[in-house]
Ligand binder design. Structure first.
Ligand code: SF4
Length: 457
């Protein structure tokens, strides 16, 4: 088994919703393309007179509902996901056919939504979410001046055909599975969060202070998304006309009859809030994807407000959550387009369960069991977003799954040693096998499930 060389910031990325594979990935691809093209020789650039973006697979099937066209255009217009203002994306959505200048250095090319083609859903590219961007000269029949094939492989990650990723450092404590991670923990006598931090420094070369500051920014943006979602009402963008509910759920949580109902309804309100911000195309943190961006922020808010945990404990919990996300990404997938919703919401729930267990002081076995239980009870969950929007079932699903994460934590902390029979590695392997067997109708194409049975949105 190969070693994990992922960074915590590969999983937790700041950017606009509503779908990491359909907005952050394509925006990154557009941004990479324009940066690369600007370095072409002047004589080549002077011939540039056309640009086309071809979206394939799930990007074509549900890209309109997810705003893939405006995301890739925003990237081509020079906006990176971390710094793009939601207002600019709202402008692109409001006036998709307005011509905007794509800056090539010596001159600009005017582009709009007509430069983006929703191409074949079925194809033979190695990755479902593939896009090809071409810069062409005056004769469209001639070979393009420059072309790149990108794959948006989930969680906002992109792969570029023929361009291997930059080498990273070797992890200080290598592991590829949960079993290997537990062995490293036992041999090193490190806590889980410390081991992940040591590996982060070794893999990325960043200093500890830099990583801690980055984690604090991630937690802050997550909390801002929860607060933003709780402060507004109204209807989310798109043809469904779905009302925002977070504020109302929080308000009603005050009058609950039983105390345990209050914590459940607050968890739901917080998860709705961040998920509704994602659906609105506003800034969120992938955790590990946009579609699942409500679960960990909701857990973090409840840890802060109801469990009175310190920021240090929450940060350490976030590192434990990252360990679970790493294992899922390394050994299976975190993309709905590859593995269905079990890979997005299921993994996020497992990460949140691990976060809570670790932050409240439990050891690695309880942390693993909490994560495993949460993931196990999402196995087989399909991705079937109604009308292609990350709204139904996605928003409620975040609320359901943060509650599931809390339940998984309760079950894991009540188990006696040796009672737990399924390992996290086994649950991840089952998720991978289930995802491979899943019909492509249930993998972010909006061609099956609720997307078909709720057709009139
Ligand atoms: S159904 Fe799940 S995987 Fe699919 S878009 Fe919604 S949250 Fe993402």
């Amino acid at each position: 088994m190969s070693d994990i060389q992922l960074s915590v910031f590969d999983l937790f990325k700041i950017g606009p919703g509503p779908s990491s594979s359909h907005t952050i990935g394509p925006m990154k691809a557009g941004y990479d393309f324009i940066k690369t093209v600007r370095m072409l020789p002047v004589e080549t650039l002077s011939k540039a007179s056309g640009l086309m973006v071809h979206l394939f697979g799930s990007l074509s099937a549900t890209g309109k509902g997810h705003g893939t066209d405006r995301a890739v255009l925003a990237g081509l217009l020079g906006h990176a996901p971390e710094s793009c203002l939601p207002e600019f994306l709202d402008e692109l959505a409001a006036e998709p056919l307005a011509q905007r200048p794509m800056d090539l250095g010596a001159h600009s090319l005017m582009i709009n939504a007509n430069n983006v083609v929703f191409d074949a859903i079925e194809h033979n590219f190695p990755f479902n979410n593939t896009m090809i961007i071409r810069l062409t000269g005056p004769d469209a029949k001639e070979a393009p001046l420059f072309e790149r094939e990108y794959a948006s492989v989930g969680g906002g990650f992109i792969q570029i055909k023929g361009k291997p990723e930059k080498p990273r450092g070797a992890p200080a404590y290598p592991y590829g599975t949960m079993e290997e991670l537990k062995k490293q923990l036992a041999e090193s006598d490190l806590s889980l969060h410390r081991l992940i931090l040591e590996n982060e420094m070794a893999v990325t070369g960043a200093a500890e202070t830099e990583i801690v500051a980055g984690l604090d920014t991630i937690l802050q943006v997550m909390d801002t998304a929860v607060s933003a979602g709780l402060s507004v009402e109204g209807v989310l963008p798109g043809s469904i006309g779905l009302a925002r509910k977070a504020k109302q759920i929080l308000k009603r949580s005050q009058g609950r009859r039983y105390p345990q109902e209050t914590i459940i309804s607050q968890l739901c309100a917080f998860a709705f809030a961040a998920s509704e911000e994602n659906a609105a195309g506003h800034i969120i943190v992938t955790a590990p994807t946009c579609g699942s961006a409500g679960i960990i922020p909701a857990m973090a808010r409840i840890m802060r407000t109801r469990l009175a945990l310190s920021e240090q404990s929450i940060r350490e919990g976030l590192l434990a959550a990252a360990a679970v996300g790493f294992l899922a990404k390394h050994n299976a997938t975190i993309a709905g387009a590859e593995g269905g919703c079990q890979a997005e919401i299921g993994v996020a729930s497992a990460m949140a369960a691990a976060m809570l267990a670790h932050a409240t002081g439990y050891g690695v076995h309880v942390t693993e069991n909490a994560a495993e239980t949460a993931l196990e009870h999402h196995l087989g969950m399909t991705c079937d977003p109604v009308a292609g929007y990350v709204q139904i079932p996605c928003i409620e699903r975040n609320a359901m799954s943060v509650v599931k994460a809390f339940t998984a934590f309760v079950i894991a902390t009540d188990e006696l040693p040796g009672q737990h029979k399924v390992g996290l590695d086994q649950a991840i392997a089952a998720m991978m096998a289930t995802g491979q067997d899943m019909n492509c109708k249930y993998k972010e194409t909006a061609l099956g499930g609720l997307a078909v049975s709720v057709p009139n949105c």
